[in-house]
Design a protein around this ligand. Structure first.
Ligand code: ZN
Length: 459
C-alpha cells in the first residue's frame, strides 16, 4: 500500500536527536520515519538532500488582524509559511471600553473568538487562539468552561496598560483556570512603576527613543512577575510568563519553579539577538514592551534557556507601518515589531551557529515545547500519527534580511541588514506544500483553526 509523499535524503531533527532518515506522509499525517527503503512507496518524492527536515515552528505568541496588528490572516500566514512556521497562536480579545480601546461597547470574550475565526478564512497555516482578558467582571467566569471546550485553553492577562487587571482579580482568574486546567499567560510589568517613570521622563523633556528602556525597567517586570507567579501558585494554576526579557524577571520566575511542573516561561527572538542599542539606532521601530534590554539580559536569556526556566522562543509578531510608528509623539506611538518570517533563521543563527546549541534544542524551544505547553498534541513533532507539518531547512544558506522581502504588511524589519546563515526552503502544512524557495505556493484557506486541548504539564 503506497503513501502520498516521502521526504527523503535529508537529516531528520527531532527534539532529542538527529538522524539520516526519510519521512512518509499520507493523508496529511506522518505515517513513518526511517530508512527510505523500509517505508512504503510514495506517489511523490521530495528530495531533501543537504537539508534538515524538522517539525514546523509553533509560535505561541503572534498578533494578527486586530487593534494590535495590521496584518490580515493572509499576510501573516504568508509570512509564517515563508518562515517555516506551521502553527501559531493569536489572540481572541474580550472587548472593553477605554480611551485606547477600539471597541465602543463591552462584549463577551466569546464574541472575540468568533470575530477572529470569521476573519481567518485566508489562512495558509494552522492557528489557535489564546483568550485575552481585558477587563474585570463576574460574567467572564461563567464563560470560561465553554471557551476551554472551544479550544481556548490559555488566557492572557496584563498587569499594565489601561486594560491591565488588578492583582486581586488576577488571583480570582487563576482560581478558575486551576479548576479547568487552563494556562494563565501573563504580561508582567508593574503598571504604577512604569507610569511614574514615563511621566517623570516626559516631564523632564526626554523624547528620544533611547530613553524608552528606562521607562519600563527590568525590576518593574520582575516585580510583577513575582506577584503573578505567586498568585498562580496560590491557586494551583499553570503559569506561563510571556515575553520574558531580562535576568531579573527570569530569576523571579526561577525562584518559584520548584519541580518545574507548573511554572513556564518564554522569551522572544528579539530579546536573544538585540539590545537596547537598537532603540537608539532604529528610533521608534523596535518600540516594544518590555523594551529591549542590556547585553547581560540577552546573555541571561540563554542562561535560562539552558537551565529550563525559559523553554520557548516566540516572536510576539506585531505588524505596523514605519509611518504610523513615527506620525505622533514618540511616547504615544504603537508598540510591537514584526518577526514571524525571519524568527527561525535569526534564532537559529544566534543559538546554533554562534553559540553552539544543538538542533534538537532548536526543535525543543521553537516546535515541541510550545506545542506541548499549549495543548497542540498533533503539532511540533515528527512522531507518526501527528500532522505532517514539517519544514526543509538549509543550514548553509546565507542571506541578508530586508523588509523588501516581507510578506507581512509591516514595511520594516528590526533585523534589517542582518546576515544570517540557515533558511527554511520548504514548508508543509498537513502534507501540503505552502511555501517553497521563498515563494508562497499554498492556497489561502488551507490553514485551519485548531481547538487546543487542556495541556498536561506534569510530563
Ligand atoms: Zn504580544
Amino acid at each position: 500500500m503506497g503513501v502520498d509523499t516521502v521526504v527523503a535524503g535529508g537529516t531528520v531533527v527531532t527534539d532529542t536527536s538527529t538522524l539520516e532518515a526519510a519521512v512518509a506522509i499520507d493523508d496529511g499525517r506522518i505515517v513513518g520515519v526511517g530508512d527510505e527503503d523500509a517505508l512504503p512507496a510514495a506517489e511523490e518524492r521530495i528530495d531533501a538532500s543537504g537539508q534538515l527536515v524538522m517539525p514546523g515552528v509553533v509560535d505561541p505568541h503572534v498578533h494578527v488582524d486586530d487593534h494590535v496588528s495590521i496584518d490580515s490572516y493572509e499576510t501573516a500566514t504568508a509570512a509564517a509559511a515563508l518562515g517555516g512556521v506551521t502553527t501559531f497562536i493569536d489572540f481572541a480579545w474580550q472587548a472593553y471600553v477605554g480611551a485606547e480601546s477600539p471597541w465602543d461597547a463591552e462584549a463577551p470574550l466569546r464574541d472575540g473568538l468568533e470575530r477572529k475565526r470569521a476573519n481567518a478564512d485566508e489562512a495558509l497555516v494552522d492557528f489557535g487562539l489564546h483568550g485575552g482578558i481585558l477587563r474585570e467582571g463576574e460574567a467572564l467566569f461563567d464563560e470560561l468552561p465553554d471557551l476551554v471546550d472551544a479550544g481556548l485553553t490559555s488566557f492572557k492577562m496584563y498587569t499594565a496598560y489601561e486594560f491591565g487587571l488588578s492583582t486581586g482579580y488576577m488571583g480570582r482568574v487563576f482560581d478558575h483556570l486551576a479548576e479547568l486546567g487552563a494556562v494563565g499567560v501573563c504580561h508582567t510589568e508593574d503598571d504604577s512603576v512604569c507610569r511614574a517613570l514615563t511621566d517623570e521622563l516626559r516631564a523632564g523633556g526626554a523624547d528620544d527613543p533611547e530613553d524608552y528602556p528606562r521607562s519600563r525597567p527590568d525590576y518593574a517586570e520582575a516585580m510583577a512577575a513575582d506577584d503573578a507567579v505567586r498568585l498562580a501558585q496560590a491557586a494551583g494554576a499553570k503559569y506561563y510568563g510571556i515575553h520574558t526579557s531580562c535576568r531579573a524577571s527570569a530569576e523571579a520566575i526561577e525562584t518559584h519553579r520548584e519541580d518545574g511542573s507548573q511554572v513556564r516561561a518564554e522569551t522572544c527572538t528579539h530579546y536573544t539577538t538585540l539590545t537596547e542599542a537598537a532603540h537608539k539606532a532604529q528610533g521608534n521601530r523596535p518600540k516594544i514592551a518590555p523594551p529591549l534590554r542590556t547585553e547581560d539580559d540577552r546573555e541571561a536569556m540563554f542562561d535560562h534557556l539552558r537551565r529550563g526556566t525559559i523553554s520557548v522562543v516566540s516572536t510576539d509578531h506585531v505588524a505596523q507601518l514605519a509611518a504610523s510608528k513615527a506620525d505622533r509623539p514618540w511616547w504615544e506611538g504603537p508598540f510591537g515589531a514584526n518577526g514571524l518570517q525571519v524568527s527561525l533563521s535569526v534564532f537559529h543563527d544566534e543559538a546554533v551557529n554562534r553559540r553552539g546549541f544543538s538542533y534538537p534544542f532548536l526543535v525543543r524551544t521553537m516546535c515541541a515545547n510550545p506545542a506541548r505547553t499549549f495543548g497542540l498534541a498533533t503539532k511540533g513533532t515528527l512522531d507518526p500519527g501527528t500532522d505532517a507539518d514539517l519544514i526543509l531547512f538549509d543550514p548553509s544558506a546565507t542571506y541578508t534580511i530586508t523588509a523588501a522581502d516581507n510578506a507581512s504588511q509591516a514595511d520594516y524589519s528590526i533585523y534589517e541588514g542582518r546576515e544570517v546563515t540557515g533558511r527554511p526552503t520548504m514548508t508543509l502544512v498537513r502534507g501540503e506544500v505552502v511555501a517553497e524557495d521563498g515563494e508562497v505556493v499554498g492556497e489561502p484557506g488551507h490553514g485551519e483553526y485548531v481547538a487546543r486541548e487542556v495541556p498536561d504539564w506534569r510530563g
